[in-house]
Structures are given as C-alpha cells and as structure tokens.
Design a protein around this ligand. Structure first.
Ligand SMILES: Cc1ncc(COP(=O)(O)O)c(C=O)c1O
Length: 417
C-alpha cells in the first residue's frame, strides 16, 4: 500500500532524529503541583523543584488570576465559540486589549491565540499585502537578527519574500544593521527591522536603544520609513521596574511590540501593541486573527488580572523578589566559581557545561536530586557551548536556590564543568 511507503518515510525521519539524539517527543509529564509556594511539580510521583519554566513571576497559580479566570469562564463559557469577527469577540478580549495597550503605553492592542501565531500573521501582513487588491506592496527590505526566534523566521518565510529583499544582521550587532541599511538606500521604499527583545538561550537583552539610533539615522533615506518590530516574549513580566520588558530596560519603544501572555504573565496567548493604524490594519489582514479562534474568555481574564497585578504592590513585590533572586543566584555562582555561558541580567541563567554528554548527565543528576532544568545543545548553541538553562522565578525561595547550587557542586565531583 502506498500509505505504508509514506509512513515508512516518516519513520525513517524519526529514526534519524533519534539517532542524532535531538528527539523531544518523550516529554516529562507533570502530573500535579504541590501546594508549596515554591514552583514544585510532581513527576513520576516525586516532588521536583522547577527551574525551567517561563512563569517568571509565578503568576499561573496566583489567586487573582485564578479568580478572574473562573469568573470569566462562568460568565462567558470555556471557549470563544467563533473567530473574533463572527461572534468570538467577548468582553474579556476587549478588556484585555485595553489593559495591554495602557500597560505598554500604546494606542491599542490585538490578541492572538499565541505569540507564534502573532508573529506568523503580523510579519506576513507587514511584509506583503493580504490580497492582490491590497495597496500594501512588497517593496520592503526585511532585516532580521541572526538568532531570532523560530516564529519570526517562519513569519518571514511564509511571506515568500524575494531573497534579495531579505537580510540578516549579525546577532546583537547594531553596526551590522547600519551596514545593511546603508547598502540598501534607494533600493527599497521601506524597511522592517525585526528582533527578539530577549534571546532565550542565553538571556541576552537586545540593544534596542542602539538599534533605534541606527534606524533613526536611515529612516528618512527610505521613502516610506523603517519600522522596528520587537518580539519581547521573554522580556515582558521578567524585566524592568514594572515588568514591561526590555523596552523598559533600554528606555525606548518599538514601533510594533509583540508579546506573549504565556510566559511572565502567567496566562496564555500572544499580542501586538502599536499605533492605532497598525492594529486596525492587523484586524483587517492578520490571517491567524481573522481565521482562527482567539484565546478563551477565562484565559483573557487571567491575562487582564496579570496586567492589573503588575500595577499593584503585590505585583511589584513579585518583580522585586525576582530581581533579588537573580542577584542571589549570581552571587552564589561567583562564590562557587561556576562558569556561566553569558552574564545574564534576566531570570534565564545559562550555566556553561561544554558537551551534550555532560549536559545530559547533569540534567539526570539534578533530577535525582529533585531539580528540573533544561539542557541546551548544539545546534541551538555553538559546539562546546552546551549549557544547562536555569530559569529563576519570583516564587523560588533562597533555600530553593541554595538547594540548586548545592546539587550543582555535588555534581561537579563526578561531572567536570
Ligand atoms: C521570542 C519568542 N517569540 C514567540 C514565542 C512563542 O510564544 P507562544 O508560546 O505564546 O506562542 C516564544 C516562545 O518560545 C519566544 O521565545
């Protein structure tokens, strides 16, 4: 049967993936969480301290979010029932968009089912017009940081933009962006510069201020200007005095800011905040907004509760705890001569290990000690830069962090790193 041949091909690919040891599908199942205030899940009947979650403020179990989610589900049901322009625009969606716009000091916001879906449709819409009648032409140079997230890469990919209209600037190198913009003056009417706000492998914060400066130098040389698009999925709810992300650290605003509710904000879904015309245009053109359901009303209400919380003392305390935990962790790292892959100011703290075998052994060792971390290996990072990615949360106690460091020191007796 031809189907068998088709499936055989897929099996061969699975075998190849297993062979190079990059398989991801045998995920660990968290069967529950403890009532402990620390982030502790249950895996194989054992309580484990979670050091690999993006829930940087520990909001996913916050009573305010849970209460808001339950109330909205009671009132509006468990799902949106339709896409937004049919009958799926519910009050919690509008309230969330208003709160996000205000939080990020923008005109308006638009929410999507995820940040991945946000990037796919937003980039497509801003690069090419949605239909053959669209007046938005594709006379645009698209410039992307070399280490941008897969959702950005795919957003650019699906726009099917010509090769000569796409450029990649060296990772976090504003001078290289300047070179590209200079070389292309007169060749394109407009340009888009797209970057992650935080690069999640090493916790690096993009140099947004410098990028903005470069863009302002060339802005007038492009007939229709240059837009800076920032996906700050890992920055929002993790960085800045008010948790507003890398923009707050860098003191500049993107023209189009993309975020997720599914990491530091403890809920789920993606969004864009920008000028009114950008948001209006996306509501008319973004395929994953028009043809795909939004988040459920409970999820939207939990997102709103997260934003509200950040403006209150309770939220501020969590932001301060997170910052104190980062400082505390870094001090213990220094005192104990542990090597980091980068000097990160973000709750992502990458411990340099050096080989896939050692990272694997270390992850297993730590799991034996009831600690959950993630290994990041080549090709995601350079060969020899294999790391253990530690993600801190506001709800880790100092004892939790000490427990992690003690386990690492014990591991160092048998695994060299
Ligand atoms: C930069 C960036 N963008 C987008 C996403 C996807 O976010 P979501 O889970 O909301 O689709 C991630 C998550 O890994 C990310 O790191």
């Amino acid at each position: 049967m031809s189907k068998d041949k088709f499936l055989k091909l897929l099996q061969q690919e699975l075998d190849r993936i297993d062979g190079v040891k990059t398989a991801k599908r045998n995920e660990r199942i968290i069967t529950g969480f403890t009532k402990d205030p620390s982030p502790k899940g249950i895996i194989n009947g054992k309580e484990v301290l979670i050091f690999n979650s993006n829930d940087y403020l520990g909001l996913r179990f916050h009573p305010e979010l849970l209460k808001a989610e339950h109330k909205a589900s009671e009132e509006f049901g468990t799902g949106p029932g339709a896409v937004r322009f049919i009958s799926g625009t519910l009050l919690p969606h509008k309230q969330l968009e208003e709160k996000l716009a205000k939080f990020h000091k923008r005109d308006d916001a638009i929410i999507f089912s995820s940040a991945f879906a946000t990037n796919l449709a937003t980039l497509f819409s801003l690069i090419v017009g949605q239909s053959k009648d669209s007046v938005v032409d594709n006379d645009v140079l698209v410039i992307s940081d070399a280490l941008n997230h897969r959702s950005i890469i795919d957003g650019i990919r699906i726009a099917n933009h010509p090769k000569e209209a796409k450029a990649i600037f060296e990772h976090m190198n504003p001078a290289d962006l300047s070179r590209i913009l200079k070389e292309n003056v007169g060749k394109f009417k407009r340009a888009l510069v797209i970057t992650d706000g935080v690069f999640s492998m090493l916790g690096e914060i993009q140099k947004l201020k410098e990028l903005r400066k470069v863009i302002s130098e060339y802005d007038k040389k492009y007939e229709r200007g240059i837009l800076l698009i920032v996906d700050d999925a890992h920055g929002i709810g993790a960085l800045g005095e008010h948790g507003a992300g890398s923009e707050e650290i860098e003191g500049v605003q993107a023209d189009v800011l993309i975020g997720t509710l599914g990491k530091g904000l403890g809920s789920d879904g993606g969004y864009v905040v920008a000028d009114q015309v950008v948001i209006d245009y996306l509501r008319e053109s973004a395929a994953t907004y028009i043809y795909s359901n939004s988040i459920s009303p409970g999820t939207a209400a939990a997102g709103s509760a997260a934003i509200e919380l950040l403006s209150k003392k309770q939220g501020q305390d969590l932001i301060n705890n997170l910052k104190a935990n980062i400082v505390f962790f870094k001090k213990l790292v220094k005192d104990n001569d542990l090597k980091m892959a980068a000097d990160s100011k973000h709750p992502i703290q990458p411990l340099l290990i050096g080989s896939p075998e050692k990272t694997k052994a270390l992850v297993s060792f730590l799991l034996e000690k009831n600690i959950l971390v993630t290994s990041i290996n080549y090709p995601v990072v350079a060969k020899g830069a294999d790391e253990i990615r530690i993600q801190l949360s506001a709800t880790h106690t100092k004892d939790d962090i000490k427990q992690l460091i003690d386990a690492l020191l014990e591991a160092r007796k048998s695994i060299e790193f």
